[in-house]
Design a protein around this ligand. Structure first.
Ligand code: PAF
Length: 280
C-alpha cells in the first residue's frame, strides 16, 4: 500500500501505476468504519487500482466546533486500509488542497443544494462540491464511490459531474448499518453510551414511517414522526422530510410515478446524525 501526503507525489505515482488501468476512488474524511470498508470492497471489485482519500475538509463544516471535534484516527485508518489491501492512500494537507486560501467555490446544483441539509448547513454543499472537484482533478478516477447515507450529497455530486463534464462515474452504495440498525457514521464515535443506546430509534422510526407511507398521506406520516421524536428525551429532531429522490423537493402529495425517500436529521447533544430510507 502506498501512502501519499501531497498531490504532486500522488500524481507522479499514479502516472506510472495507472497507465491504461481503471481507478476507483473512495473519498473519505477518515475515522473509517465498516461502511467505508464496504465502499472500498466495491471499488476493489470494479477497478484495477483503488485509491482512498482521507481529508477532513474544513470548507464543508458550517460550525467550527463540529470541525474541531470531528474524529481523527489516521493511524488506525492506515492500519485498516493495509488490512483490506487498499492500493493507494491520499492524505493531503489543508495547505496542499487550499494553498492558504481556505474558501469554497460557489456552485449552482440546479436547486438540489437548497433542500434539506442545504437549509440547515449553510455553505455545506459548496464545500463538498469544492473538495470533491479537487479530488477528482487530483486522482482522475474512472469510478467514484459514495454512501447513500448522504443521499443528498450523492445526488449533488452526480450533478457536479454532469454540469462540469467531469469524466467519472459516480456510484452510490447502500447504507451500511450496525446490527441494531444505526447507520454507520464516523460521528457515531462521539456518542456517549446512553446516546448510542438510544440512537437506533432513528432507523426504527424511519422503518415505521415507511410502513405508514403505504397507508397514509405524506402530511400525516411527517406529523407522526415529529410526535414520536417529541417523546424522546435524548434525540432532538431537526427535520424529517419526504422528498422526491431526483429533485429532492419536499413532497406534499404522492405522485403516481415518483420515487420518494424519507430524510432525517437528529441531534444527540451537539452530535448531528442523518439517515434516510427509500419509501417506494
Ligand atoms: O461524505 C464524506 O465523507 C465527505 O463529505 C466527502 C465526500 C469525503 C467530502 O469531503
Amino acid at each position: 500500500m502506498n501512502v501519499f501526503y501531497t498531490t504532486l507525489s500522488l500524481q507522479n505515482e499514479l502516472k506510472k501505476l495507472a497507465e491504461n488501468k481503471t481507478i476507483g476512488l473512495v473519498p473519505t474524511m477518515g475515522a473509517l468504519h465498516k461502511g467505508h470498508v464496504s465502499l472500498i470492497e466495491t471499488a476493489k471489485a470494479e477497478n484495477d487500482i483503488t485509491v482512498v482519500s482521507i481529508f477532513v475538509n474544513p470548507t464543508q463544516f458550517d460550525k467550527q466546533e463540529d470541525l474541531t471535534n470531528y474524529p481523527r484516527t489516521l493511524e488506525s485508518d492506515l492500519e485498516l486500509l493495509k488490512n483490506v489491501k487498499c492500493d493507494v492512500v491520499y492524505v493531503p494537507s489543508p495547505e496542499d488542497i487550499y494553498n492558504n486560501n481556505v474558501i469554497s467555490e460557489k456552485f449552482d446544483f440546479d436547486g438540489l443544494e437548497k433542500e434539506m441539509e442545504g437549509k440547515h448547513r449553510k455553505g455545506h454543499f459548496d464545500g463538498v462540491g469544492t473538495i470533491v472537484k479537487k479530488l477528482f482533478e487530483a486522482v482522475k478516477p474512472t469510478n467514484a464511490y459514495f454512501g447513500e447515507k448522504d443521499f443528498q450529497q450523492l445526488q449533488i455530486i452526480k450533478k457536479l459531474v454532469e454540469k462540469y463534464h467531469i469524466p467519472v462515474k459516480v456510484i452510490g452504495c447502500e447504507i451500511y448499518r450496525e446490527k441494531d440498525g444505526l447507520a454507520m457514521s464516523s460521528r457515531n464515535l462521539r456518542l456517549t453510551e446512553q446516546q448510542r443506546k438510544e440512537a437506533p430509534f432513528i432507523y426504527k422510526t424511519l422503518k415505521k414511517a415507511k410502513q405508514l407511507f403505504t397507508e397514509k398521506p405524506i402530511t400525516e406520516v411527517k406529523k407522526w414522526v415529529e410526535k414520536e421524536f417529541a417523546k424522546n428525551q435524548t434525540l432532538i429532531l431537526e427535520y424529517f422530510d419526504i422528498a422526491d429522490i431526483n429533485t429532492l423537493k419536499s413532497a406534499k402529495r404522492k405522485g403516481r410515478k415518483a420515487k420518494y425517500r424519507g430524510f432525517i436529521a437528529v441531534y444527540a447533544d451537539n452530535i448531528r446524525l442523518i439517515d434516510n430510507i427509500p419509501l417506494n
